[in-house]
Design a protein around this ligand. Structure first.
Ligand code: INI
Length: 157
C-alpha cells in the first residue's frame, strides 16, 4: 500500500496571501496568524507575498492571477464576511467560496479558504485569534500541507 500525505514543512515554499480590507479589525488578525504559522513551520518571511483587496468578493480574481503566475506553491485567501445588517451577505459568501475553489482547481495550485463567514462580530473575533483559534493560521497550515502533497503527486496525466 502506498500512502501519500503532505508534511507541514514550509522551508523553501513560496506562498502568496491575499487579504481583504473589509472588516480589517478581523482580517489583520487572520493575516498575523497566517504569517506566524508560516514562520513557525520553517518558512522564510522573504518568500511570502501579501496582496490587499477591498473585500472578500475581490479575493478570487487576485488569487487566480497569483496562482497562474507559477511563482507560488500555494495561495492563502483571508477575509471576514459578517452577516450583521448587510443584505448581500449570501451573495458575497457564495461567490467568494466558489471563486476561490475555482481558482485552485483551474490553476492546479492549492488555494486555501481562510474566509470567516459568521453571523456576528463576536463569532468572527472568536475565530480570529481567541477561543476558537485563528482561521488564518489554519488556512496557512492547509496551504503548506497541500503544497507538500502536490509535490509528491505523479506528474503524468
Ligand atoms: N466584504 C467583506 O469582505 N465582508 C463583508 O462582511 C461584506 N459585507 O458585509 O458586505 C463585504 N462586502 C463587500 C464586498 O466584498 C465587495 O468588496 C463589494 O461588494 C465590492 O465588490
Amino acid at each position: 500500500m502506498t500512502e501519500l500525505d503532505g508534511d507541514l514543512i514550509a522551508t523553501d515554499l513560496s506562498i502568496a496571501i491575499v487579504v481583504s480590507r473589509f472588516n480589517e479589525f478581523i482580517t489583520e488578525r487572520l493575516l498575523e496568524g497566517a504569517v506566524d504559522s508560516f514562520v513557525r513551520h520553517g518558512g522564510d518571511r522573504e518568500r511570502l507575498t501579501v496582496s490587499h483587496v477591498p473585500g472578500a468578493f475581490e479575493l478570487p480574481l487576485i488569487a487566480k492571477r497569483l496562482a497562474q503566475s507559477d511563482r507560488y506553491d500555494a495561495v492563502v485567501c483571508l477575509g471576514a464576511v459578517i452577516r450583521g445588517a448587510t443584505s448581500h451577505y449570501d451573495y458575497v459568501c457564495s461567490n467568494t467560496a466558489s471563486g476561490i475553489a475555482s481558482a485552485g482547481l483551474d490553476m492546479g495550485v492549492p488555494v486555501s479558504f481562510g474566509v470567516l463567514t459568521t453571523d456576528t462580530l463576536e463569532q468572527a473575533i472568536e475565530r480570529a485569534g481567541s477561543k476558537a483559534g485563528n482561521q488564518g493560521r489554519h488556512a496557512m497550515a492547509s496551504a503548506i500541507e497541500m503544497a507538500r502533497l502536490l509535490l509528491k503527486m505523479p506528474v503524468e496525466r
